[in-house]
Design a protein around this ligand. Sequence first.
Ligand code: NAP
Ligand code: LUD
Length: 322
Amino acid sequence: MLSSITHFLRVGVSGCQGSSRSMATIISGNKTSKLVRERLRTEVDKMRTEVSGFRPSLLVLQVGHRDDSNLYISTKLKAAAEIGIDAKHVRLPRTATQDDVLQSILSINEDESVHGLIVQLPLDSVNQINTELITNSVSPDKDVDGLSCINAGKLSRGDLNDCFIPCTPNGCMELIRQTGMTVEGKHAVVIGRSKIVGAPMHDLLLWKHATVTTCHSKTPDLPEQVSRADILVVGAGRAEMVRGEWIKEGAVVIDCGINHVPDETKASGKRVVGDVHFASANQRAGFITPVPGGVGPMTVAMLMQNTVQSAKRFLLWRKMSQ
Ligand code: NAP
Ligand code: LUD
């Protein structure tokens, strides 16, 4: 576990003499994820010395070729290579059927040389595929995304040390830890209840003893709910939806959103923004994550952490069964 970073960049309101409020402290996912990756690299080096030549291994299964998935997968493969994790990328064509995907997963489940298996979402197939069936067919002890119902069920019951915790919410917890704020006893508000972000985030905050309110598309008066949050985590997929005026002074604001908005000043014609309106939120929050450079890199770092953890469990299991 990382110790709390005490030195944050505190930027004053642009030269306004007499202004009562400075801007929020930026919680850098780039910096925090780098520390995690360095620690993992040391751990993997140690494993390789202790068990000659052994390396943790990860397999990323992709169906189709969405541009965003391609980018996220290449980031994951690069991080793995730097840490010393043996990562493989298997891509099935867009014509793959549900049975094709299931067969691939079942054969990887059987392969002892693979310690972690993720199926990158969303599935990009011309055929109807039941995503829930696919994530649930990954063996729970290789499910380093933590998306199978076994791992999700353990997390929802508070068995945090006996499951793989989904990478994005786990990364958010690490970023909250960096602020030095205690979670216990605080009021946390989560916007979104998806299996990959909102629901596990709710569980993690709850079992770290926050009182949690989880909001979704049918929640009336979102600004009122947000105004109560000491800790706010947003994963709604709505560009800049949360406005600074909604936020309690001094709150910790974690923005999971990745949205592309048109921007003619960019060569690509677009830019990435979060679900929080950063400029206004920056004037109210105590701590805030940027997009990009916030939660995204932590998702990748936590995947690496889960993979190393899975490999350690495999070594222990192999030793016990010898
Ligand atoms: P999702 O499956 O579409 O879920 C979105 C959730 O937000 C749903 O629970 C939905 O409510 C809720 N929601 C939508 N509009 C809302 C509104 N106006 N008010 C309140 N709640 C609303 O999306 P996701 O996969 O969780 O992803 C959420 C965002 O995080 C996206 O921008 C995604 O790109 C990003 N993301 C980032 C990372 C990362 O590593 N940084 C990882 C995963 C996702 P209902 O349940 O009622 O529909
Ligand atoms: N599916 C994920 N689908 C999408 N951002 C990611 C992600 C890296 N099974 C499964 O990897 O955990 C997953 N498991 N996800 N995501 C999103 C989600 C999945 C999102 C962002 C990043 C992975 C990332 O590195 C950078 C940043 O925020 O700074 C760059 C963002 C950019 O687009 O420029």
